[in-house]
Design a binder for this molecule. Structure first.
Ligand SMILES: [Fe+2]
Ligand SMILES: [Fe+2]
Length: 201
């Protein structure tokens, strides 16, 4: 388990990139909730904690920075960035891969499991590890979110311990919201949605 000293060091690291205190509280909440349920889903607790803590570290970068960091992440050849041209037009989607690059560069966290989980927390994707799925879900449903839909997913994950259903519901509500706002849907998320639906039928 992470010590309190480690926790404050992580928060100090986040402070270099994030101005919004609410966002930092969200990161800590995702980290602690991911760590708390990691073992149950066969996920390494230390990795879960780091993924949660740093998943949004790139959230306040501008579009040029997001593209630049994502390009560098790509050059590490850990994985391709799916639909990269689409994401360049919707640069908020790049705060995943850009965040992975920041922690690799600045904090020398280069574990591929951690980087891939952070890179995919915005869109989801195909054949993700349980670590990456947990990040995608917990980002949406950690208790500070306080939406009815978040509460439902939190209940399915924590009380019912049903990761496949919580994973599917996260896509479902995320995509519904994107549709309601008349925004384009990233094709990677559609593939993830289909795979998640298939897994619960
Ligand atoms: Fe995010
Ligand atoms: Fe987040």
């Amino acid at each position: 388990m992470e010590s309190l000293i480690d926790k404050y060091q992580h928060i100090e690291n986040l402070n270099h990139y994030l101005k919004k205190k609410k966002r930092i509280r969200h990161c800590v909440s995702v980290a602690e909730h991911m760590q708390a349920c990691a073992l149950y889903f066969g996920v390494n607790q230390a990795k879960a904690y780091l993924v949660g803590m740093y998943h949004d570290i790139a959230k306040e970068l501008n579009s040029e920075q997001l593209i630049e960091y994502s390009q560098k992440y790509l050059e590490r050849k850990i994985e391709p960035i799916q639909n990269f041209p689409f994401k360049k037009y919707n640069t908020n989607l790049l705060h995943g891969p850009a965040g992975a690059e920041i922690i690799a560069q600045d904090f020398k966290i280069v574990d591929p499991d951690i980087l891939i989980a952070i890179a995919h927390h915005t869109t989801g994707g195909l054949r993700l590890s349980n670590l990456a799925k947990l990040a995608f879900i917990m980002d949406f449903c950690e208790p500070l979110r306080k939406h009815t839909t978040s509460e439902e997913i939190y209940h399915v994950l924590i009380n019912n311990k049903n990761l496949p259903l919580a994973y599917y519901l996260t896509y479902y509500y995320t995509l519904l919201d994107v549709i309601k706002r008349k925004k384009l849907i990233c094709p990677e998320s559609i593939l993830g949605y289909n795979e998640a639906l298939d897994s619960i039928q």
